[in-house]
Design a protein around this ligand. Structure first.
Ligand code: ADP
Ligand code: MG
Length: 260
């Protein structure tokens, strides 16, 4: 299998009074084609910083990001699509116009953009919502539209930063099942960033476990739930689930987290 994403020696620090503080220290990781890879770690361990480095929005102090063997450190790449927790839909555009946006900015003719967007409304069971505005949709639907807007450009790699964090549990499960079936069917590579161990285990082929202060990868875990089902509840009920959950929980560490 070929590596579509490879990161070597990623280091990031920020200035503080009297020096610098390490946020990410010596991160090495990769993703194979069609693989679902998660980064799981506590809040503040540098997940979003890492996301920004992979997407090219932020330059690391040192280290490199390679997408399909091409160095892309510090620059955005068209192979990569991303979805954030905050859906970032434009409130003044209809759902259809939001989905078409990714294609429009790439100069795709409007009729072709509309056709490609329409196909997604069917795939994501969103027919009938084309002319609605984001404010008329529930949080889950908005997140689905955000994913559609990313998928319409057909990126090879999809990067998600706590995309389903704000959703209630049943909705989250439904959207995750949908995500898994779409990315497996379309053979996408997914880099999924989360603080939620359960989410990481049920979705992933492989998990990088991070700890905080500084952010480091402490473990890499290959997940095999021994099921062909792409439905999250069925994956969650796999007899192997607990074993993975426990391994990740233990490697994140059981030190009390400051609550504020
Ligand atoms: P996570 O997404 O895992 O919660 P972040 O990547 O958002 O973590 O943040 C990791 C750490 O880096 C936090 O301690 C945060 O305060 C710090 N940090 C993030 N951005 C900056 C910045 N621009 N300047 C200084 N510190 C930052
Ligand atoms: Mg974050």
């Amino acid at each position: 299998m070929s590596k579509v994403l490879e990161a070597a020696g990623i280091h990031k620090s920020y200035p503080i009074a009297g020096g610098r503080v390490d946020i990410l220290r010596n991160l090495n990781f990769h993703a194979q084609r069609n693989e679902f890879v998660s980064f799981v770690g506590p809040s503040g361990c540098g997940k979003s910083t890492l996301f920004n480095i992979i997407t090219g929005l932020l330059m690391p102090d040192s280290g490199s990001i390679l997408l399909k063997n091409r160095e892309t450190t510090g620059s955005p790449s068209p192979e990569l699509g991303y979805v954030l927790q905050k859906d970032l839909l434009f409130p003044w555009r209809t759902v259809m116009d939001n989905v078409m946006l990714g294609l429009e900015v790439r100069g795709t003719p409007k009729s072709e953009a509309r056709e490609r967007a329409m196909a997604l409304f069917e795939l994501y069971h969103m027919q009938g919502y084309e002319k609605k505005y984001p404010a008329q949709l529930s949080g889950g639907m908005r997140q689905r539209v955000a994913l559609m807007r990313t998928m319409v450009t057909n990126p090879e790699i999809i990067l998600m930063d706590e995309a389903y964090k704000a959703l209630d549990y049943p909705l989250k499960i439904a959207l995750e099942s949908e995500l898994l079936s779409v990315v497996k069917q379309q053979q996408k590579t997914v880099i999924f960033i989360t603080h939620d161990i359960e989410e990481a285990v049920t979705l992933s082929d492989r998990v990088y476990v991070m700890k905080a202060h500084p952010g480091e990868i402490v473990q890499e875990i290959h997940v095999d739930l021994n099921t062909d089902s792409l439905l999250i509840p069925e994956r969650r009920l796999s007899p192997r689930f607990n074993e993975y959950y426990e391994r990740i929980w233990r490697s994140i560490g059981t030190q009390p987290t400051p609550v504020n």
